[in-house]
Design a protein around this ligand. Sequence first.
Ligand SMILES: C[S@@+](CC[C@H](N)C(=O)[O-])C[C@H]1O[C@@H](n2cnc3c(N)ncnc32)[C@H](O)[C@@H]1O
Length: 248
Amino acid sequence: MPDAVFDHPRLAAVYDALGSADRPDLQEYAGTVVGEFGARSVLDIGCGTGTFGLLLAERGVHVTGVDPAAASIAVAQSKPGAEAVMWIVGTVDDVPALQVDAVTMTANVAQVFLDDDTWNATLRAAYAVLRPGGVLVFEARRPDDRAWERWTPDATRRIVPVPGVGEVETWVSTTSVVGEVVTFDAPTVFHADDERLESTSTLRFRSRDAIEAALVTAGFAIVDVRDLAYAPGRAWLYIARRPRLGPA
Ligand SMILES: C[S@@+](CC[C@H](N)C(=O)[O-])C[C@H]1O[C@@H](n2cnc3c(N)ncnc32)[C@H](O)[C@@H]1O
């Protein structure tokens, strides 16, 4: 069941407006996936409202985007150029047989897989759709940054004017930290009619060692683990390759 913030139609409709306008994170992904690795076909897991998929499609990349949040996919499908992308409501299990140059998980998608079985199955599915030599690129927040300690209503509250919608107020509040698993509330209030919608999310903050080990177990070779230019010190960008000759 996707989080309300992605799957409630009224919340999905303002997701882009509440994020940073130029999405410097997605520019960095595009530079890596297309600029550095020359990908011409990409599977974007957890594509959300499709901003990254459409950015790639504009560059002539053949894109498939998958996300279980139907409301987010509906937003993606309503955007100019959306017909160039294959959108799928679902998880990697719902992706048809593909062979792509790159698989991506932008923003915190890699952290939504809470149990190891689902995480490992997602990495294996990414491996299966990559052509030999293709790359998996994703980020995960660094546990040592302890981002959840900054997720308080006072530190995160914002009121954003959204064209055609009015002022939208939102904030984040951590409600529990159990080992690597962090749960937080993210309410949204629409000032135009005072509707308040609740959303709760849970993310797992795996260690870099654990993520690298899971990648290797899934058959990947680690190409690089980088600091993110748009958020230094806060997350690692993992780049892993399906070996050209396959696993030994
Ligand atoms: C923070 S959003 C990121 C969306 C998009 N990648 C972006 O950069 O804007 C996390 C996304 O992960 C999706 N998600 C949750 N569970 C998922 C799963 N099992 N498989 C794929 N995506 C999932 C959510 O629906 C949501 O769209």
